[in-house]
Design a protein around this ligand. Sequence first.
Ligand code: ZN
Length: 344
Amino acid sequence: MTTMIALEKSRPEPGLWQVTAPVPETGPDDVLIRVRKTGICGTDIHIWNWDDWAERTVPVPLITGHEFAGEIVELGRNVTGLAVGQRCSGEGHLIGRESRQSRAGRFHLDPATRGIGVNEQGAFAQFLRLPAFNVVPLPDAIDDEIGAILDPLGNAVHTALSFDLVGEDVLVTGAGPIGIMAAAVARHVGARHVVITDVNQTRLDLAARVADVVPVNVATTDLRSVFPALKMAQGFDVGMEMSGAQAALDQMVEHMVMGGRIAMLGIPPGKSPVDWSRIVFKAITIKGVYGREIFETWYKMIAMLENGLDIRPVITHRLPAGRFAEGFEIMRGGASGKVVLDWE
Ligand code: ZN
């Protein structure tokens, strides 16, 4: 086969287009993967919408998509340790090897990182070329649809494992798929209580179906009102900001204990005002989280999935790839969990 079906940002305007594209050539250090399932990410919605970020970042034309699972069908001539027929997912951040961070093994901090489906040809296609270095083989216990959402689960795991959660009271602001998965991870690793907030009741209901969490709709309920039932005296020990909403970060800082720790994955729109004096006087630590700690996060999440972490209910929609436009519409509606496209 020399051509394939793919979803492409073909023109600098809203939308994605189904195209016939050449199958990528497998370089000496690459593998070729037959894609079986892909996840639609919030990032893909930005690219579909063609907002300011997308216009600044994404070259046109580009095959988009970065959440995938599939099977290796070809190995570059230098590739060892992998096999044709192997099921895999993979790290979509292509790192450089020159920076101080990379050379120290802190791959996720490499400033030269490029993303598949964002800067380089992506995974919304029948075939994907990926450096063999980035391949993560999938054990039998992890099927293709879970394999296709390991990228966002990795964001959730990276955020959740930023601070020790054992016995802690945890607040997750934002019940999108990554917030929900982060809450599930917090429970899995032994948090005492996990409270998740949003203003979207559908998402909160989904959160409660995925994990043993306390959902709070902050549009109608005062967050502090849940403290007595949870026997919480002061506030939350650890916060995970997953919404990017200014009000959510404010509320989080307000409801943390003295010395609380916050991991921030949500991206606020532009510059947002922060009450720094409150953060100083409460001695709060804030950590920005980007991507996954390659490959430690992949190791940890696969280990957790093999040992009882179940995030499958976060997948709410499954569609054949040909119905991608419907999938994007569902995502844009804001009331879904993960939408997975089937490429077979
Ligand atoms: Zn993603």
